[in-house]
Design a protein around this ligand. Sequence first.
Ligand code: CUA
Length: 353
Amino acid sequence: MGSEEINTSEESRSHLKELLAIGLIASVIGVVLGLAIDWFPTQASTQAETVDTVWDVLIIFSVPVFVLVMVVVLYCVWRYRMKPGQELMDGPPIHGNTRLEIIWTAIPAIILVGLCSYSYVALTDIEEAKADSLEVRVVGEQFTWTFHYKDASGKDVASAQLYVPRDKPVNFTVQSLDVIHDFWVPAFRMKIDAVPGVDTHLRITPKTNGEYPVVCAELCGLGHAAMRQTAHVVDQAEFDSWLKERAAGGEGGAAPDEEAGEGAGAADGKAIFTESCGSCHALADAGSSGGVGPSLDETLPGKDEAFIEEAIVDPNAEIAEGFSEGLMPPNYGDTLQPAELDALVKYLAEVTK
Ligand code: CUA
C-alpha cells in the first residue's frame, strides 16, 4: 500500500458524502436531544416562556455547527491518519479559494447577526417596563436576602421570604450592603447582580402559584452556597393579607401559608428554623447538617433563652470559637416578626437543653 495514491478525486468525493451523512445524522440526534430534554424548572413567570424559546432556537442553530465541526475533525483523524512511509504523500497545499472563503464567512455572519437580532428583540420584550407594577426592594448582604415592601400607608415592611402575587408585574430594585451578590430565581429565569452603591432592576410577571428557590448566583464569601431563600407566588388576595399581617408586626403569628395546626397563630419554631437557619447551622432535632455556622447541638446546651435571642438578633456580640465575625446576617431582628423570634428562641432552648 505504501506507494498507492491515497487521494484520488473519486475517493475524496465518496469520503465527502460519508462525512455529510454522518454529520447530518449526528446533528439531527443532537438537536432532538437538546429539545427533548427538560433542562429547566417550572416556568413561573411570563418571561420564562420567552427565555426558554430563545434557548430552543439557539439549540437548533448551534448544535449542528458544533456537531459538524466535531464530525469533520474526528472523521479526518480517523480516515486520513498517516501511517509510516506516507509522510510525503500529502497532496500539494491549497492557497486561496475565494468562493469557499466567501461562503464560510457569509454563512456564520448571517447566523450570528440573525441570532443577535432575535435575542435583542426577546430581551427588550422581557425587560419592558409595565404600568402598575408592584415595587419590591431586594437587599443582598453576606449571607441573606431581605425583601422590602411598602404597605398601604407607605410604611416599609421587611421580610426574609419573597412573596409576589400571580399575574401582577413586579419591579425589583436590587441593592447590596457589602459585596457583589446576584439575585436569581431560576423559576423566573431572570437574574441580576446586586452591586454595592448601585440600584439594578429586574422585572418579571409571576404566572404559576408555588414555592421556588431564591439563590445567590455570584460567589460572595464563605456562606455563598447557603444564601438561599424561598419565593412564594400566591393569589393577590393571599398576598394582600400576608402584607397586611407583616405590616401589623406579626400579631397574627405565623405566615399565612402555615397551617394553624397548633392553636391559632402559634408560630412554628421548627419551621422557622428550617427556613431561616437550617442551611447554615446543624441541629439534630430539625435534621439539618449545615456547616457554615456553628453546630447548635454543640454550642447551645446550657445556654438560656436570653443568650439564644441575643445570638440571633446580634450575632456579633459573641462569636463561637473557630468562626469569624460578620458571617451571620445581622438582620434577623428585622426580618423575623416578634412572634416568630419568640417561637424560634423557645424551640431552640427546648431542643438543646
Ligand atoms: Cu451572595 Cu453569593
